[in-house]
Design a protein around this ligand. Structure first.
Ligand SMILES: [Zn+2]
Ligand SMILES: [Zn+2]
Length: 374
């Protein structure tokens, strides 16, 4: 079933601001409101479409998701839209109806909302994915609206009756001395309505378990523990009420070459004792996938660092980048041949104090130390 474009439903342009959205919505909602069109199924259908469109477009996050992914952004949540037989579906909705239909006395405004559960999903992201940002498909078990009863919980959809215990308000009152205590009605769990013919496929819950697959957008720059909220992608509430949110928790995978600290990237580069002594250059990989030629000055020491500005990780929701810091890891040669040993011994003969200023300095301090003891 292809759905109408939300902007078309409300008759507004794609760049409409929130006040023109609200104006358009109020006008159409007045026009199609079920109280004004009793028994008119087309009007009811239009009313639901208009409400759903407004619910999405009036919420910045949902609107953004809709602009990017269209109806796919809410593949399940959008269909239910949190809208059910009552009119308490969502905050923005009832806010407006309190203005306009304050006296409508409808069953809905009194009905208590039971929002669906928020879900948590831990998502593994590797360094390259965090560098570029990525779309990933995830699958998870959740509760979705029951198709058989369209979330109402009632097999024939006419089996919803106002709860006798609370008269449909979802709240009961009891007097205790001077005080009146209000409680959630236990007979209907606050729903205000009871189902007389529970749906055969969901036992009147209005929802069922399902494994959902959705594509999620991981923005560039995420790091360990980053939290991404997907509004309305959690479990649907009971009897078609509004869905909870889905929270993605980012778990970063280790990288074999790079280490990360915030937006900075660290890389240990092994170089030979000869390159460190004579100087040279080394090709260093960057997290962007490229490489940078780094000049090693003669006489470089172990752990000497070089900074490559702007070659680190992107800052989330920004255009700036951290730095890359390269540390030299000077490797002392192992497994020497007889000839190599001889060359090193000959080399050693040639060494002067000038070649090892640190070592010479250290031993002259040691001498001073011992002399000072006597
Ligand atoms: Zn059902
Ligand atoms: Zn009740």
């Amino acid at each position: 079933m292809s759905k109408k474009d939300y902007y078309e439903v409300l008759g507004v342009s794609r760049d409409a601001d929130s006040s023109s959205l609200k104006t358009a919505y109020r006008k159409l909602a007045m026009q199609y409101h079920p109280d004004k069109n009793p028994g008119d199924h087309d009007a009811e259908k239009n009313f639901k479409e208009v409400s759903e469109a407004y619910e999405v477009l009036s919420n910045n996050e949902k609107r953004q998701a809709y602009d990017t992914y269209g109806h796919d952004a809410f593949s399940q949540a959008g269909q239910s839209g949190g809208f059910s037989e009552g009119f308490g579906g969502f905050g923005s909705f009832s806010d407006i109806f309190e203005d306009f239909f304050g006296d409508m006395g409808g069953q809905g405004s009194r009905r208590r909302e039971q929002r669906g559960q928020d879900l948590k999903y831990e998502i593994d992201v590797d360094l390259r994915e965090a560098y570029t940002g990525i779309k990933k498909e995830i699958s998870f078990d959740t509760l979705v609206r029951c198709d058989n009863c369209e979330g109402s919980g009632s097999e024939k959809r006419s089996g919803l009756k106002d709860c006798g215990a609370c008269g449909g308000s979802g709240r009961t009152r009891a007097s205790q001395g001077f005080f009146t205590v209000e409680r959630t009605c236990s007979a209907c769990s606050g729903a205000g309505q009871v189902i007389t013919d529970p749906c055969s496929s969901c036992n009147g819950e209005g929802r069922r378990r399902k494994n959902r697959k959705i594509e999620v957008n991981i923005p560039a720059g995420v790091e360990e523990g980053s939290r991404i909220r997907l509004s309305g992608e959690g479990a649907v509430g009971p009897n078609g009420s509004v869905s909870g949110d889905l929270y993605l928790f980012v778990s970063m995978l280790q990288h074999p070459i790079f280490e990360r600290d915030g937006t900075d990237i660290f890389c240990n580069v092994p170089i030979s004792i000869v390159d460190a002594s004579l100087g040279g250059s080394v090709d260093v990989p960057t997290v962007s996938g490229g490489k940078v030629k780094v000049k090693i000055p003669p006489g470089s020491q172990n752990s000497d660092q070089f900074k490559l500005a702007g070659k680190g990780m992107p800052t989330i929701r920004s255009t700036s980048f951290g730095d890359m810091i390269i540390s030299l890891n000077i490797e002392i040669p192992k497994n020497l041949t007889e000839n190599q040993k001889k060359l090193l011994r000959d080399f050693n003969e040639e060494l002067t104090q000038n070649n090892n200023p640190e070592r010479s300095g250290f031993f002259s301090k040691v001498k001073d130390f011992w002399d000072g003891l006597t």
